[in-house]
Design a binder for this molecule. Structure first.
Ligand code: DHB
Length: 437
C-alpha cells in the first residue's frame, strides 16, 4: 500500500496534522498503536495558550470556546501568600483550561465524522468503504487505531515506508512520499534516525510530580503554583465536581504507597499559610507520577522523515507547554508540506493516490528544512520557560539554605516588579506569534 503522507502517531499532533491535510485534500494515513479509548483515558495537561486555541478554532474545532474556561490570571503562592499574575492585563492574552483529552476527543470525533476513522467498521482497516490497498472511493485520509509501527523501511530514500501490525497481529507495509513521526516521547521513528546525524539535547530533573484527580468542588478560581519549604504544589481545576492537583515528589515515588489521607495532608501543608487557605478534600480517584525531562532533537528532518510534538522535544510539565508546542509544530509542518508538494507541481489529492501517481517533478526536499527553522525559536523559548519555572518553584533535593533563599528572592523580585510579572505572563500565554512561524 502507498500513500502521500504517512503519520506515525494519532495523538493531538498526528490528528491535527491529519485534519489539516484532509482540509487541503492531501492523501495520508495515520497509524496509532493505542486504541482511541486508551488515549481518552490518559490524563494530560490542561492549559492551552491563546495561540493554540486560535489554531483549533481556525481549524474548525471550536468546542474549546464553549466547554473550556478562559483564565485571565494565575497565582504564584509563596511565603504562604498569593501573588496574582494578571495575564490579560499584562499581555492582552488569556489562556484556556481545556484538558488535552478534550483536544484529542474533538480531533478524533472530527476525523471520524469526516470519514477517516479506520476502526469505524470494527476491524483493523475495515472502515466502511475502505480496505487494503484499494484507494477507490476512500476519503483522502485514514486514521487506524491499534496499529503499531514496528519497522521503518528505506528511511534514507525518497520512498520511505513502515511495517505495521494490525490489531489481529497481521503485518502490513505502507510506503509514502513523506513520513511523519508524531509518536510521542518514546518515538519509534526518532530512534531510527542515524545517530551520527542527530544531536539530542537533554536535561534531567531530580524531582517529579505526583498527580491526582480528586472528586471535590474547586478550591480556587485560578491555577495556584505554590512554592513552599515542603516542596512545590499545583492546584488546577477540571469541572464543578473534579479537580486536578499535583505535588512535587521523588521521581521513583510509588503512588500506590500513599493513602488518600496522606495525599491530602501533604497537599495541605504545602499550600498552608497565615491566610488560612485550605483545599476542599474528597476522594482521590486517580494518581500517577509524572517524570520530568527536557529534550530537543536536532535536526527534525532526516531525508523524507520529519518529527513533530513530543517525538521532537519534551518539556517538564511546569507551565504546560508540551501540547502547545505540538500544535504549533503541526500548523507550521502542514504549511511546509503544502509548499513542498507544490514544489513538485501538485498539491492536492489528485496526485499520488494511485500507484503511478508520483508528483510531476521531483519535489525540492530543502523546502522541508523550513519546518525545523521555523519552529526552533518557539521550541527553545518553551524549553527555557519550562526549565526556568520548574527551577524557581521546586525544592531541589539537598539544596543549600542559600539556594532555597535565593529562589524565594527571585519569586519576590519577579512578583514585585510589573516588568517581572509581564515577563512571566508573556511566556505563560505563549509570546503571541513567534518569529518565523
Ligand atoms: C495543568 C498542568 C500543568 O502542567 C500546568 O502547568 C498547569 C495545569 C493541568 O493539568 O491542569
Amino acid at each position: 500500500e502507498r500513500t502521500r503522507v504517512a503519520i506515525v502517531g494519532g495523538g493531538p499532533a498526528g490528528l491535527l496534522l491529519s485534519h489539516l491535510l484532509h482540509g487541503s485534500g492531501v492523501e495520508h494515513v495515520v497509524l496509532e498503536a493505542r486504541t482511541r479509548e486508551e488515549i481518552e483515558h490518559t490524563h494530560r495537561a490542561g492549559i492551552l495558550e491563546a495561540g493554540a486555541v486560535q489554531a483549533l478554532v481556525d481549524a474548525g474545532l471550536d468546542r474549546v470556546l464553549r466547554d473550556g474556561s478562559r483564565h485571565d490570571g494565575i497565582v504564584l503562592r509563596f511565603d504562604g501568600a498569593d501573588h496574582r499574575i494578571d495575564l490579560t492585563g499584562l499581555t492582552g492574552r488569556s489562556v484556556w483550561l481545556y484538558p488535552q483529552t478534550d483536544v484529542f476527543v474533538d480531533l478524533a470525533n472530527r476525523r471520524a465524522a469526516d470519514g477517516a476513522d479506520g476502526s469505524a467498521g470494527g476491524g483493523a482497516d475495515g472502515g466502511v468503504g475502505s480496505s487494503g490497498t484499494d484507494t477507490g472511493g476512500r476519503p483522502d485520509g485514514e486514521v487506524r487505531w491499534g496499529c503499531a509501527v514496528t519497522h521503518v523501511l528505506d528511511g534514507d530514500t525518497d520512498r520511505p515506508g513502515v511495517l505495521w501490525t494490525d490489531p489481529d497481529g497481521d503485518t502490513h507495509e505502507l510506503r509514502c512520499d513523506v513520513l511523519i513521526g508524531a509518536d510521542g516521547s518514546h518515538s519509534t521513528l526518532r530512534h531510527t534516525l542515524p545517530e551520527a546525524q542527530r544531536r539530542t539535547f537533554v536535561h534531567e530533573y531530580p524531582y517529579a510530580w505526583f498527580g491526582v484527580i480528586v472528586e471535590t468542588p474547586r478550591s480556587a478560581p485560578e491555577l495556584v503554583y505554590t512554592a513552599s519549604e515542603h516542596g512545590f504544589a499545583l492546584i488546577s481545576q477540571r469541572t464543578d465536581t473534579h479537580q486536578r492537583l499535583y505535588f512535587q515528589c521523588d521521581p521513583d515515588e510509588d503512588p500506590g504507597r500513599w493513602s488518600d489521607d496522606q495525599i491530602w495532608a501533604e497537599l495541605q501543608r504545602r499550600v498552608a499559610g497565615p491566610d488560612g487557605f485550605r483545599l476542599v478534600e474528597g476522594p482521590v480517584e486517580e494518581r500517577s507520577v509524572l517524570r520530568f525531562r527536557s529534550s530537543v532533537v536536532e535536526p527534525v528532518r532526516h531525508g523524507r522523515m520529519l518529527l513533530a510534538g513530543d517525538a521532537a522535544h519534551t518539556v517538564p510539565p511546569t507551565g504546560a507547554k508540551g501540547l502547545n508546542l505540538a500544535l504549533a509544530d503541526v500548523v507550521v509542518l502542514h504549511d511546509v508540506l503544502l509548499t513542498w508538494l507544490a514544489s513538485a507541481g501538485s498539491a492536492g489529492s489528485a496526485a499520488g493516490t494511485s500507484r503511478g501517481g508520483r508528483p510531476g517533478r521531483r519535489p525540492d526536499d530543502t523546502v522541508l528544512d523550513e519546518y525545523g527553522r521555523r519552529v526552533a525559536e518557539r521550541v527553545w523559548r518553551a524549553q527555557h520557560f519550562s526549565a526556568w519555572m520548574s527551577g524557581m518553584l521546586h525544592s531541589h533535593p539537598g539544596e543549600t539554605g542559600f539556594a532555597a533563599r535565593r529562589r524565594l528572592a527571585e519569586l519576590r523580585t519577579l512578583t514585585a516588579s510589573e516588568s517581572g510579572r509581564r515577563y512571566l505572563a508573556e511566556g505563560y500565554t505563549g509570546w503571541g506569534p513567534v518569529l518565523g512561524e
